[in-house]
Design a protein around this ligand. Sequence first.
Ligand SMILES: *Cc1c(COP(=O)(O)O)cnc(C)c1O
Length: 398
Amino acid sequence: MTLSNGVSYLAIPGPSVFPERVLRAMHRMSPNIYEGELPDMMPDLLRRLKDIARTKHHLAIYIANGHGVWEAAVANTLAPGDRVLVPANGSFAKDWAMIAERMGVSAEIMDFGKRSPIDLDRVTARLKADTDGNIKAVLAVHTDTSTGIRNDIAATRAAIDAASHPALLMADCMASLGCDRFEMDAWGVDVMVAGSQKGLMTPPGVGFVYFNDKADRVRDRMARVSYYWDWRTRVEPDFFYQYFAGTAPTQHLYGLREALLMIEEEGLEAVWRRHEILSRAIWAAFDHWGQNGPLEINMADPAFRSHSITSLRAGSNKATMLRQWCENRAGLTLGIGLGMVDSGREWHHFFRLGHMGHISAQMILGALATIEAGMKAVDMPHVPGGIEKAAEVIADNA
Ligand SMILES: *Cc1c(COP(=O)(O)O)cnc(C)c1O
């Protein structure tokens, strides 16, 4: 028997659930791309996108996914032979390092494993030892979507400053923008990359590179930046098409405009607070279910847990069975474990719950109750009663 017909829930950490309002805004014929509504929407769109990142500086938009804007950020600031420092506690930091390496940059990964915050004293010490100034940037991932760890970006800036080092601070906020508090200017971030398909609740395909004047001066000293990745034309276009180095992603822009309007209507602080409360409900349930093990949230310390994705360790190969049961029997799609093991049977020990963007208390409570039903069905060890704990968090905070 399957009970999966009805409204399903794709609870993976991106693409996230897209609001009907966004989908309806996108469902239209292409408009005139030379004049009228489309070019005219750009000033407000850019203003709202900057508000969400809490920045007054520059923003280049690309027709690209996250990998594309990783590459764009590197292309504008780093030359072959440059060195970057990459403190890592998950696979996304390593992937960004790999992209930099493929562009001739030497990426020095400082690996803190999969379950620990970054030791920023070590970052400071490494930068102090870089007396020749070979390190041009620190690449930091805000929320690493594989481990569910949320790194402290403001403290990363403080760690760079403690070494009096001129390196740029480049942050990946792909999984956190529009979910977790992020304040680009106040936190001293020089470059930030994000995408449309997670907290911004819009289909994948549009990427963002935010940068300040310090980063732009670095761009000025580059011997060459390829036309498509160059952020300069995109922020100072003479013609509308130059915003995108070609045809605009027309339907995406309508969707994005609607999503940004929804965030503005709710209020950014309220959006962050909603994600925080829903996250605490999720943690309450899992911490209760797993109190006798082996199920556990990958990041033990709540201070370093993401508010948009939770990475789970089942402690047995039941994770895959649970995912399959939830999807096939109940209409809930959970995320696979990512980067937790290299290969082999242990792959089936991990799963993730995405809780980013267009999510409400009823969706999260429904997802958690479905997970509890699934754990019973596949015989995954847990202490019953997690739902009650989650409900208490919601009741106390709503
Ligand atoms: C999703 C994600 C990416 C990659 O985005 P793609 O659109 O899949 O290329 C990069 N970094 C983080 C932290 C992400 O969550």
